[in-house]
Design a protein around this ligand. Structure first.
Ligand SMILES: Nc1ncnc2c1ncn2[C@@H]1O[C@H](COP(=O)(O)OP(=O)(O)OP(=O)(O)O)[C@@H](O)[C@H]1O
Ligand SMILES: [Mg+2]
Length: 458
């Protein structure tokens, strides 16, 4: 559940992750058609296919600055599909997930927090060339200063099948080599810039001389050619991370605490300038990612107009929104009514994907997936039918909650299998929305009602 006005905490994120932990992808075939049940998703085939097309377009970098809206009734899989899109995109394409209400909960203003979310959703892939020394250790020695003070220094002799050379070792490298227990016959690689030592394995040629190999020893060939090599490495960071690192008020430790505060616009300008230079020099490429705004009807008119403009910039992420609001919804901050509570000019920029309510067969499959994800091994067949009926009559989420609680109750009864009685018991313990309404009706007089203090009877 989202709590409007709450400060940003880890709680909603954790809920979101666990509610969708069974989802691993969109479950599509090569032609992007949705399989009936695959990668943790069931049914909702049209929406999944549309989502698959969007994924392909994002991967091709084809729809930067566009918007997608996933609209449909509660619990019809909108958030689930967005999570599946994120899984499909993989770790190299940034995917930021926020709830529309979160923009109102920071200490700083909403355009600042929108800007941060957008910049978190734009990746920068940086290509770097590192210089390595790679070879088999012939010998290495530590020379401790005679007076016992100062840093350790040492020397290492490395060879390839073609050459041999000697290098100086600094104190940090010596520590790393001692920790890794590097001995003659090991094949290692040293990053020249950082001094990082990586043990690649044990040379084949040495294994004939010594039999004392541990069971986990990896055997490798002695490298050929030059000892010094150049290697290309690429890594992706997002623009917000670069902003934070370059913001003197923040420093990069802020990335770990999560409290990054407001970023000075001048910092962003200078970051953008630097990024433009890197792109021109071919050292970096922009990777437009996704900003997913769940509960998009919680955004207000100022957020929408800010986003309209931001989406037109050359480096804008793809915006995916989801909402369960229908036709006659007021746009927050106005008296204007618009479909989904989203202004017409914003809707006009969006590809709209719809999700429909599930039938009993789909509900059963989804509940089964949840049971698997929660480690529930066994549910009696009649009990499952009963749960599906409840899910159809109330909501799929209520049925999921019963699943969790009934599992606990069954375990307390020392039973391996969940029986219908466990669901019945939990159904009595916890109300669904309709019965909670009935309760409110029945106890109307006793419950405290009304929005104003005057209404409250003490
Ligand atoms: N097609 C599906 N396959 C597997 N699991 C699903 C599917 N659709 C929904 N679920 C699961 O059902 C639960 C409810 O779905 P979800 O949260 O995606 O609904 P929603 O459309 O976002 O609802 P709301 O409008 O209330 O936010 C989640 O745990 C979700 O993972
Ligand atoms: Mg949702």
């Amino acid at each position: 559940m989202e709590i409007p006005g709450a400060t940003e905490t880890a709680v909603p994120t954790v809920e979101r992750v666990s509610a969708h932990s069974h989802i691993r992808g969109l479950g599509l075939d090569d032609k992007l058609n949705a399989r009936e049940e695959s990668q943790g998703l069931v049914g909702q085939k049209t929406a999944r296919k549309s989502a698959g097309i969007i994924v392909k377009m994002i991967q091709a970098g084809a729809i930067a600055g566009r918007g997608i809206l996933i609209a449909g009734p509660p619990a019809s899989g909108k958030t689930a599909i967005a999570m599946a899109i994120s899984r499909e995109l993989g770790a190299d394409i940034p995917f930021t997930s926020v709830s529309g209400s979160e923009f109102f909960s920071h200490e700083f203003n909403k355009t600042e927090s929108l800007t941060q979310s957008m910049r978190k959703s734009i990746g920068l892939r940086i290509q770097e060339e590192t210089e390595l020394v790679e070879g088999e250790v012939v010998e290495w020695v530590v020379e401790r200063p005679t007076d016992g003070t100062g840093d350790k220094v040492g020397r290492i002799t490395l060879k390839t099948t073609d050459m041999e050379a000697e290098y100086d070792l600094g104190a940090k490298m010596i520590d790393a080599m001692e920790a890794d227990k590097v001995t003659p016959g090991d094949v290692i690689s040293i990053d020249k810039a950082s001094g990082k030592v990586t043990k690649l394995g044990r040379s084949w040629s040495k294994t004939r001389d010594y039999d004392a190999q541990g069971p986990g020893t990896r055997l490798v060939e002695t490298p050929a050619g030059e000892l010094q090599k150049r290697k290309h490495v690429s890594h992706t960071v997002n623009l917000h991370e670069i902003d934070v690192i370059n913001s003197r008020a923040q420093g990069f430790m802020a990335l770990f605490s999560g409290a990054t505060g407001e970023i000075n616009p001048e910092v962003r300008q200078s970051v953008d300038k630097k990024v433009a230079e890197w792109r021109e020099e071919g050292r970096a490429t922009i990777v437009p990612g996704v900003l997913f705004i769940d509960e998009a009807h919680m955004l207000d008119i100022e957020c929408f107009s800010f986003m309209n403009r931001a989406m037109e910039q050359s480096t804008a992420p793809i915006i995916i929104m989801a909402t369960n609001r229908g036709e006659n919804t007021k746009i927050r901050g106005t008296d204007t009514v618009s479909p989904h509570g989203i202004p017409a000019d914003m809707l006009d920029r969006m590809n709209i994907i719809i999700t429909k309510p599930y039938d009993a067969a789909d509900i059963q499959k989804i509940l089964q997936l949840r049971a698997d994800a929660e480690g529930i091994d066994s549910i009696d067949e009649d009990a499952m039918d009963y749960l599906v009926t409840i899910g159809t009559e109330t909501s799929i989420r209520y049925a999921m909650q019963l699943l969790t609680t009934a599992h606990l109750v069954a375990r307390r009864d020392n039973m391996e299998e969940i029986q219908e009685e466990h669901f019945v018991k939990c159904r009595d313990l916890f109300l669904d929305v309709r019965r909670s309404e009935e309760f409110c009706d029945q106890w109307e007089k006793e419950l405290i009602t009304g929005n104003t203090v005057d209404d409250v009877e003490m």
